[in-house]
Ligand binder design. Sequence first.
Ligand SMILES: [Zn+2]
Length: 366
Amino acid sequence: MTKIKDVTTYLETIAPLSLQEKYDNCGLLTGDGQQTITGVLLTLDCTEAVVEEALDTQCNLIIAHHPIIFNGLKKITGKTYVERTVIKAIRNQIAIYAIHTNLDNVLTGVNNRFAQHLGLKNIRILSHKPGMLRKLVSFVPPTHQAQVLEAVFQAGAGKIGNYSGCSFTTTGMGSFTPNASAHPTIGQANQPETVEESRIEVLVPASKQQPVLAALKKAHPYEEVAYYLQPLENEHQGIGAGLVGELPEPLSTGQFLAHLKKSLQLELIKYTPAYSGKVHAVALCGGAGSFLLPSARAAGADAYVSADFKYHEYFDAENKLMICDIGHYESEVGTKDLLYDILSKKFSSFALNLSKIDTNPISYFK
Ligand SMILES: [Zn+2]
């Protein structure tokens, strides 16, 4: 029997809540994590119609990209669609879980699916999120070095890009004097001791700090574990907003627009026509991504594909690249399939449904 909490905890190993932006409201918004799952419905937006669909399909967990409760609720009387959606979900014991900017901010998240649709290669983060790495240094007897390293690796330390188990070790002499209350692994009370120790250094993602420290303390033989944990300026290669990559072959702007339209099944693309070069490097960001235009230009992108640009922001392309505004919903709708793939690989004890409702609030009159 899988509980709601089992699914949300798993999702948070992929997109930790600590990676959400300050303004966001990810996580369990309604419901009880201890309830057994009867079925899961995946959607971009949770609306009243989606809650209705969950009821019709016996799903008691809705996983949505956009949080239905975003700016807070002061009254829940049913006057707005947000209030009505929340009331309907609570009345029917349906849990709503939002996985929003935390899923935007991981290399394997929303934008990865978007980049795959466009056939981009060599995908990397467009704007790294600062403060996402720590350096952990600890001092261990050489006899326990392998055991401690293995424990911190298992807890998430020591990963650099495509490499795992990354560490650096030197040996030297450590000194200490246990007091009368101590229970030293080596030495005796009030006797100064000097012993050979290994100094081990590993990188730790900020989101894994707690489990890594817990693993270190558990595996380390000393009563008092000596360690330093330092924040780093280094960029975490897997965490940040937007992506950039290259098309297999450079395309003319016309070819690129046609490729975009076809690969994402778009009805409409708003774009800046002044860019006359070929399109090879492409930056993208699902949803409202105009804030990343400077990053796209700095990355040398020939095109920046995103949504929700304002009139004056199009001018900021300055003919240096082509802005392609494909629509917010269109740029993120692949998130449903992404969540389906993530969850279907891990769980098989409940039905996993893609919402059949097109929640896009915008239509195009042609
Ligand atoms: Zn969005």
